[in-house]
Design a protein around this ligand. Structure first.
Ligand code: SF4
Ligand code: SF4
Length: 87
């Protein structure tokens, strides 16, 4: 197990910059929800490279993404033989 990028939706939705979604090297990993007006990370695709943290904090100056130990994600998760499922 490992760390996963997590977006603070409260901060992100106030910025509406979309920048991180253009730099994640994994396809369909960090996307933008028009409903939430926030970026979000697909837990089962994140490889913990931290590029999005650099983009959000150092380039966009928004500090909306943190790396979190997978057990500590706010929305939680369960692991099944078929993969990771959000609770
Ligand atoms: S770079 Fe940060 S503020 Fe901009 S969309 Fe991504 S998480 Fe939100
Ligand atoms: S840590 Fe890397 S793989 Fe995970 S969402 Fe950020 S840019 Fe994508």
């Amino acid at each position: 197990m490992y760390y996963i990028a997590e977006v603070d939706k409260g901060i992100c939705s106030a910025k509406n910059c979309h920048l991180c979604t253009q730099y994640c090297p994994e396809s369909n990993c960090i996307n933008y929800s028009e409903e939430d007006k926030s970026a979000y990370v697909s837990v089962d695709r994140c490889k913990a490279c931290e590029i999005c943290v650099y983009i959000c904090s150092d380039i966009a100056k928004n500090d909306a993404i943190q790396m979190k130990w997978i057990d500590d994600l706010n929305e939680g998760f369960v692991i099944k033989k078929s993969g990771v499922v959000l609770r």
